[in-house]
Design a protein. Structure first.
Length: 434
């Protein structure tokens, strides 16, 4: 069954609209200054009420602008029409308040500067924010009110450069986040590609073997041929299920299951299998990865090796698959092995693939760090299994079709029960060490 992980309620991210709205309201506290200037001056009540309404509209427009700029999902590279509309509204309201309030409305320039810096593309933000500051300074010079406006314009300049620096780092953070998301997408595509290759490559190889065997047996042993076709059909359905699970990211290979599948597939191909070690002796952290390695190695043995024997050795932190086939013979590393190497190296392990002239030892018993200790004995070698016993069919890999009436029950000699696990004298060794 699929288990859906849950998170504590305290880790749920806050609604971005709520967060940005609250921060926008926080800045509205500075609108107290024009309100105080409006109501403490000697102005008609109508002007005071009208000015209060303009200040309230200014605050609403600023919060809307703040929310819009905060919730953009990408680094801005174009002018947002709604942001531009809010800025124009703020500008018009600010000019109106300058007429009604006078010096007390100079603080509105800071809102325009901050809104420009966070709502426009960076190059336009500097232009718009700088223009607002320049207009405020020129007005100060034209009116000759240096004592009153000088301090406020210094604050406006600080707002311009402070928000500009903050915007620069915000853009960098958004760009890094976008890069990480793109990297995650690429890695997920590569994972799916590896998994699909491994599933289809292995399953289609066995299906091809079974259908070829059924073709050879259709006249000699129709019932056996029918059995092989049914098995191929079941395998195809299982592969479809694995592909669906792979696309959903749900599939996990189990070492014990993969070992049984590999043994059965090799046995069907007439390849004798010997097992040294026990899946339970493998460190649980490495079992899934070893299952992938076993699947890919089995697929390559069935496709390319022409082997008659395969030895599988398991240890706490190692797995080895050795055959007595033709060896590497100068073959380049294919997509499947490249994908396997990427998996292993990402987990901190090493993959060694070589002709088996120099045997690669794999301990058959757990190491000192394993719970079983150094005294755990290796499991006995496995006798190749076939549901048909001595009447099992020959490998369908290679070779001419047998003539009609020929004995199709001949098998390649298996490794004897109780084998000491000495690798074949030639062939290919695949070893994973963590």
């Amino acid at each position: 069954p699929t288990v859906t992980p849950t998170r504590p309620p305290s880790t749920e991210p806050a609604d971005p609209n709520t967060t940005s709205g609250l921060l926008g309201f926080l800045w509205l506290i500075f609108l107290v200054f024009p309100l105080v200037a409006l109501w403490t001056g000697d102005r008609p009540l109508g002007w005071q009420l009208g000015g209060t309404a303009l200040i309230a509209l200014f605050g609403v427009a600023y919060v809307a602008l703040y929310q819009r700029s905060e919730n953009q999902d990408e680094v801005w590279d174009r002018v947002d029409g709604r942001v531009l509309l809010y800025l124009v509204i703020l500008l018009v309201l600010g000019i109106g308040l300058m007429v009604l309030v006078g010096f007390g409305a100079i603080g509105m320039a800071a809102y325009l500067i901050a809104g420009s810096m966070f709502g426009l593309p960076l190059r336009w933000a500097w232009v718009a924010g700088g223009a607002v500051l320049l207009a405020s300074v020129l007005t100060m010079v034209a009116l000759g009110v240096f004592a009153d406006w000088g301090f406020m314009n210094a604050i406006n300049g600080t707002v311009l450069f402070g928000t500009g620096i903050a915007r620069f780092y915000a853009d960098r953070a958004r760009g890094y986040q976008a890069m990480q998301q793109q990297k995650a997408v690429v890695e997920e595509r590569e994972r799916v590609a590896r998994d699909v290759h491994d599933v289809l490559g292995h399953s289609l190889t066995i299906i091809a073997l079974k259908t070829e065997l059924a073709e050879r047996l259709i006249d000699l042993d129709p019932e056996r041929a029918r059995t092989e076709l049914v098995a191929a059909n079941e395998l195809a359905r299982a592969a479809i299920g694995e592909i669906r699970a792979t696309v959903g990211g749900l599939r996990v290979r189990q070492l014990g299951e993969e070992l049984a599948t590999a043994t059965a597939a090799l046995d069907e191909a007439g390849i004798a299998v010997s097992l040294t070690g026990d899946p339970q002796s493998v460190d649980p952290r490495h079992r899934i990865l070893f299952a992938w390695a076993l699947r890919e190695a089995t697929t390559n043995v069935l496709r390319h090796s022409g082997a008659s024997r395969v030895e599988i050795s398991l240890g706490p932190v190692q797995i080895g698959i050795m055959d007595d086939g033709v060896g590497l013979a100068g073959r380049a590393e294919g997509h499947g092995l490249r994908g396997l190497r990427e998996r292993i190296e990402a987990a901190g392990g090493t993959l060694t693939i070589a002709d088996d002239d120099a045997h690669l030892p794999v301990p058959a018993h757990p190491g000192p760090h394993s719970p079983e200790g150094a005294d755990a004995a290796p499991s006995p070698a496995r006798e190749p299994h076939s549901p048909h016993g001595a009447d099992a069919a020959p490998s369908p890999v290679g070779g001419p079709h047998p003539p009609h009436g020929a004995d199709v029950t001949a098998r390649k000699p298996p490794i004897a029960e109780g084998s000491t696990g000495v690798p074949p004298s030639r062939g290919t060794s695949v070893q994973v060490t963590m």
